[in-house]
Design a protein around this ligand. Sequence first.
Ligand code: SF4
Length: 132
Amino acid sequence: MGGRDLIFPLHPAVCARRATRDDEVADLLALLLAHGDPAAGPPGELERVALTVAVATLGDNHLWQDLQLGSRAELSALMGRWFPALVALNAGDMKWKKFLYRELCRQADILICKSPSCAVCTDRPLCFGPEH
Ligand code: SF4
């Protein structure tokens, strides 16, 4: 892959988690790249953006916070530019970290949700709703 670098630096504590969770990064990276738009930027840039998002997903905060963005809207704009197919899949505007992990679980046929439908799920506020 062209350039294993991050597109911008992340907190060292988040990056350090790759030591034990790099298989998770690989899965997230594959999910992102499978839905990426190579025409969104210069060659190799998509891979760097995807890796940055995948590593930041290991953080404890909202994904937009661990990406050091200003808001979830900024993250949604980034996702819309580089991963438009994921934005189309996340039509309900689920929180991005929740959405990415739910997609991984769906691919692996693992049911993490308590409810068959988000509309009637008691965890809905955790998966959707504002992120402050
Ligand atoms: S709202 Fe409930 S059903 Fe929907 S993704 Fe979250 S946990 Fe799963």
